[in-house]
Design a protein around this ligand. Sequence first.
Ligand code: F6R
Length: 612
Amino acid sequence: MCGIVGYIGNRKATPILINGLLKLEYRGYDSAGIATLEDEDITIIRNKGRVKELKKSKDLDKAQGTIGIAHTRWATHGKPSVVNAHPHIDCHKNFAVVHNGIIENHIELKKFLTDAGYTFVSETDTEVIPNLIDYYYSKEEESNDRLLKAVYRATQDLKGSYALAIISKIEKDTMIIARKDSPLVVGDGEGEKFVASDIPAILEYTNKIFILNDGDLVKITRDNITFFDEDFEKVQRKAEIIEWSSKSTDKGEYESYMLKEIYEQPNAIRETIGTRIVQNDKCDFSDINITKEFLESVSHIYIVACGTAMHAGVAVKPIIERLTNISVEVDIASEFRYRKPIVGDDTLIICISQSGETADTIAALKYAKKKGAKSIAITNVMGSSITREADFTLYTHAGPEVAVASTKAYTSQITLLTLLAIHFAEVLENEDKEIIDNLKNELTEIPSKVSIVLENSEKIKEFAKRVYKEKDLFFIGRGIDYAAAMEASLKLKEISYIHSEAYQSGELKHGPIALIEDDVTVVGIITDRRLVNKSISNLQEVATRGAKILIVTDQGIDEKIFENIVKIPKIHPFLSPILSIIPLQLLAYYISKEKGLDADKPRNLAKSVTVE
Ligand code: F6R
C-alpha cells in the first residue's frame, strides 16, 4: 500500500524519485505524484494511474529541483483521482507532504483548521497534515529547527498511522520524515540522502540504510541525518549494511517478477535453510533463546498471519504438533484479537509476515504480548515493524519479493517453520530421532526437487490454455494436501480473477458437489500415501459428474484413469506443500498470462497491507 520516496542531494531529484516509485509499484496503488523544490516554489505533478504514465508527463520538465518527495497512493479516503493523489500541499503552498497510513482523527483536525482559516481541496485524510504543519510553523519562534518543531507538534495531534516525508519552500535545504506504524527507511549517501517505504526503492544508490523506529522524527540535510525519538530527544540510530544486490529487485531475463520469484524458490529455500542444519548435531537456532523450561510451560501455540502467510501456518501445524506434542491453532490475524482468544504466559504466538508490516498481524501480536504471551516473528524483511514487536525474530532469506502474489515467501516460510519445529523437538529432547533426521535430510534435498518440478512446466502450460476461460475452479485435497489446495486457490483468484474454492476432498459430498457439472475443473492434490485411495474415489465422483480433472501427486496414480497428472518428486508428507504448490503457482500464472493480465500487479491488491 502507498509508497514513499524522497531525495535530497545535488542531482536532479525527479529521475531518482520516479525510479524509486517504479521499484515500489509492487505495493499496489492507483495514483502517483512527485513534488520538487524549485528556486522559489514547490512543483507538484500528479496523475491517476501508473507511474509509467507519470514518467511520460511533459509537466515533469518543470520539476528540476534537487530535493523532492514522491508517492504512490492506494486509495482509502477519497477515490483515486489527481486531486486526491499525493503530494499534498497546505493552502498557503509552503509545505508539501507524502503520507502512508491513515489519520483517524482527520475530521476533527479539518474542522479545527477550517475554523483557523485553512481551506481544503481533496477528500483525503492526508491534507490536514501540511496544513497542520503550516499552522504550527506560524506559531513557532524563528530558529534553525523551526520546521522540525512544527512537524513534531503536528505529529502530536495525529491519531492513527503514518510515514511522512515533508519538504518546504521556507526551509529549503531540509527534509523532515517521521514514522508511526508505517514503514520508512533513510539511505545515507555521500552528500545525498534517500528516503523510501522499502529498501529496494533506493538500494541502487546506497546500501547504508537506517530503518526508522516507531515514533522517530528525522531531520535530513544533504550531509546529515539527525534522529529524534518519540519524546523528541536526539538519539543515535545504527545503519544496517544491506547485502541484497539491487539486481535482486530487477526482473532480469524473466517476463514478470512473479515468474522470476517462482523460479527463485530453490535458492530461496536453500538460503533460508542456510547453516541451520548441522551435520550430526542439533539445528542451529542460536539467534533465539527458547529454553526447555519455557517450551515445557507452553500449553498452546497460536500461529497468526494473513493470506498466504496464514496458509504456511496451516501447512506446518501438523509438523509442530507432531514434534512438540503442543497443540497448535492457526488464526487469521484480522479475526484474532476480536474473538478474544485464550492467551496467557503459557502461550507462544508465532506471527508470520513476509513484509513484516501487515497491520492485522502486528495488532494480533501486540494483543497477545499484552496478555503475557511469548512471541516469535517470521519475516522476510530486515528491520520491518514486526521485528520490533516480537520477542524473537527469524528471517526467511527469500530475497525481496516484489510480485504482489506471494510465492517464494510461502515455501521459505514452510521451510523455516519446519526447522523451527525440529528445533523445538530438539530443545524438548523429543525421542523421535528418526523423524527428525528424516526431515533434516529431506529438507536439504528440497531445493533440487523444486528445480525438477520447475523444469517440467509444459503440462501445466497446456492445461492453463484449456481452462483459462473458466469461471470457477475447485482445488481439493485431504490433510496437508488441503493446506496446499487453499494456497493454490488463493493464487488463482488473485492473479487470474477466476473464482475458486478449496475443499477438503471428503467434504465435497456434504454440499459443494452440487456445483459440479459438465466441464467444471477440479484440481486434486494427492501426496498423503495413507489417503491416496480415498482421494482418488473423491476425484472419480466428480469425474463421473463431468468434471475435468488435473492431479498433482507424488504417488503412482494410473494415467489410464486420469489423463492430466502432474508428477512431483517423492517427498516426506510433512513437506509436500513445498512441492505440490509449485505447479499450481505456475498454473495460476499461466492462466493469468493466457487472459492477458498483469500477474505482478493484480487489481485492487497491495503487497504490503498496512491498514486494518
Ligand atoms: C497472497 C498474498 C497475501 C499476503 C498477505 C500477508 O499472495 O501475498 O495474501 O500473504 O497479505 O502479507 P504478509 O505476509 O506480508 O504479512
